[in-house]
Design a protein around this ligand. Structure first.
Ligand SMILES: Cc1ncc(COP(=O)(O)O)c(C=O)c1O
Length: 369
């Protein structure tokens, strides 16, 4: 069954429903600094010619990306967010009755595009430490397997795949199986774990790297992402794409955002600072958190996550409960700013029972034990 994508609750809806004046959202892993100011300025320019259709295949953005990544422009496909490209992968490579390998804790669109193609997700659970069980994923490959989805860092855990493990996995994977390597949060990752899309794709023509402008580039509202892959695979992806599906505004803002290296660096530095602060605050509150390589942290609140989510929501803070049996006591929280984390921590202190006064505490997530 295809389950509708469950987005973080919109700020305006919560404000109106609960009659609140201030609502803060730390639920969708957006950049709290917003996009590059240069990208915002560029959107106001009068020469965008919005009465004309966009550059159909996003040539200007692809050209900028090709130079940025050091790869041929023929291996880049631009889409309306990386989610759109996930759909294109399924349309190009997955048929009725095929299997697609995913993990039990991953971005939900992977399962949705698989089911929309009438294929079956073959689910390989993350291991006890919430890492990809790469050996088991490899041994799950069968004659029916068409694709595998990997995310590094993964959502909702924030954990990245160690570089050597990823390389070994890709070497062992049968070349006829497409591997989607979702690097939505690549800029936030420790440099030793960061993946170079050009290098991976050069060595492994069956890999499709997915990237997005929704995270560090702060352009989630404009919907733009891209795939980096072998030119033959890129051509196959393009067959499923409707003409002009990425808008002029999105293409243009993405191109300018890509060039604003200082803004990207500021965003990464802020994220690193806020991650460290969150670990410190969670430690003080006696809560376990997964060490994250992304712009969110998974924390075990040792209570039903939905209960804590509701308590925070009523106070005007939107976070994300993880609706998976293994993580039912966990919230995924975007790193935010100091001001937002002040609010979060104050509200958590009110929402969580004091030590020794916790009748409703439930057994917490397995990875913390
Ligand atoms: C792992 C992962 N991939 C992709 C996306 C979606 O990106 P886009 O906005 O480009 O569709 C997200 C969004 O949260 C994500 O966590």
């Amino acid at each position: 069954m295809v389950c509708p994508y469950e987005p973080g609750k919109p700020i305006r809806e919560v404000r109106q429903e609960l009659g609140l004046t201030r609502v803060v959202k730390l639920a969708s892993n957006e950049n709290p600094l917003g996009p590059s100011p240069r990208a915002i300025d560029a959107l106001g320019r009068s020469d965008l010619e919005l009465h004309t259709y966009p550059d159909c295949d996003g040539w200007v953005l692809r050209d900028a990306l090709a130079r940025h990544l050091g790869i041929s422009i023929d291996g880049i496909v631009v889409g309306a967010g990386s989610s759109d490209l996930m759909r294109l992968v399924a349309e190009a490579f997955v048929d009725r009755g095929d299997e697609v390998i995913l993990t039990d804790l991953c971005f939900s669109v992977y399962a949705n595009v698989t089911r929309l193609a009438d294929a079956t997700p073959a689910i390989v659970p993350l291991d006890d430490r919430l890492d990809h069980d790469l050996e088991r994923m490899l041994s799950t490959v069968s004659g029916r397997t068409r694709a595998i989805f990997l995310a590094s860092p993964n959502n909702p855990t924030g954990k990245a795949i160690p570089t050597a493990d990823l390389e070994l996995f890709l070497e062992k994977l049968a070349p006829e199986v497409v591997c989607v390597l979702d690097l939505a949060y690549n800029e936030y990752v420790d440099p030793s774990l960061r993946v170079d899309p050009a290098r991976v794709v050069e060595r492994h023509p069956n890999v499709i790297v997915l990237r997005t402008f929704s995270k560090v580039y702060g352009l989630a509202g404009l919907r733009v992402g891209y795939a980096v892959t072998h030119p033959t695979v890129a051509r196959a992806l393009l067959l499923g794409q409707l003409p002009f599906s990425t808008s002029t505004a999105a293409l243009h803002a993405a191109e300018v955002a890509l060039s604003d290296v200082a803004h990207t660096e500021r965003s990464v530095v802020l994220n690193e600072k806020m991650r460290v602060r969150l670990y410190r605050e969670f430690d003080r509150l006696g809560l376990s958190a997964v060490r994250s390589e992304a712009n969110f942290v998974l924390v075990d609140v040792a209570l039903e996550a939905d209960t804590v989510f509701e308590r925070l929501l009523r106070r005007g803070l939107i976070v994300r409960p993880v609706h998976e049996p293994r993580l039912r006591t966990c919230l995924r929280i975007t790193t935010g700013t100091d001001e937002q984390i002040d609010l979060l921590i104050g509200m958590l202190e009110e929402a969580l029972p004091a030590e020794g006064n916790a009748p409703t505490r439930v057994e917490s997530a397995s990875w913390r034990r």
